[in-house]
Design a protein around this ligand. Sequence first.
Ligand code: AHM
Ligand code: MG
Length: 328
Amino acid sequence: MEDSRIGLPIGTALDRFIKRFQDDFPYATGELSQLLRDIALAGKVVNREVNKAGLVNLSGSIGADNVQGEDQQKLDVLANIRFIRALTKGGEACAIISEEDEHVIDLHNKGKYIIAIDPLDGSSNIDVNVSIGTIFSIYRRLSPVGSPVTSEDVLQPGINQVAAGYLLYGSSTILVYTTGKGVNGFTYEPTLGEYFLSHQDLIIPEEGRIYSINEAASLNFSDALIQYLNYCRENNHTARYIGSLVADFHRNLLKGGIYIYPGTPTYPDGKLRLMYECNALAFVVEQAGGKASTGNSRVMEIVPQEMHQRCPLFIGSKAMVAKAESLH
Ligand code: AHM
Ligand code: MG
């Protein structure tokens, strides 16, 4: 069995992997490791809820809108509760930004870390048994520990992330994350209740054939984007669009491809949220050798003005994103 760059083989339990990574940092106190464990644990709980949703009346809408004006699903709300509870308990996080909460959740404690999270992404796919996911970013706070959390702590650019990743609740459940030393994926084994290293040192193919975009919106696409999509069609590419960002991203990460959610004249910043959707996947893709762009500039360099800010996204194989960018 081949060893990963970190020196652990396929099948290594997540906990052992996290511990090994922590040992690489002589002064690490284990808080980041604990946060990753907390996210993994909440992921197990959400995985269980997602799997039984059709049986226990967890499908469907709760009949209210979230801060984005979007219809909240029961599982959106439940996943939000599960993750916030898990991130609050350990005391490592001092604040949480969630897609489901209008304001920053200030935990008023001595935690060092800020978490931005989309607890359940692609929620329009819940009721139809299509893959959905959780996306998370972790930042170190800038102001002194113990003082009130400031807007500078919260509104940090993606380049400041110390860890980021996602859980994909799909045909199997997988946790993929980076701490800035490559990307690794851990498949969940439900009968053992444990994640095991299954995808080590993930590298996205530099060139790919898959393009993922909601083409129904093409009447509002820029000339540059229409030109890029024509280029894809003329060059033997293939279209795949699930409508769950995590699932579309994960497929393209493994196979090579580009995911695009553009700005349009009506919605110049597109639909996706910078702080808990775009930045996390941008960190993962860059660590895997890929690229994440707004069409003009690097996603991770944007300094957020507000926590629910949106951002156009071109993400995936480096050559494909560069080609799309070159036409803009
Ligand atoms: P959500 O956070 O409300 O689930 O919205 C984000 C989702 C992404 O997962 C997906 O890629 C996109 O919205 C699909 O949007 P559209 O239906 O406009 O193509
Ligand atoms: Mg979302």
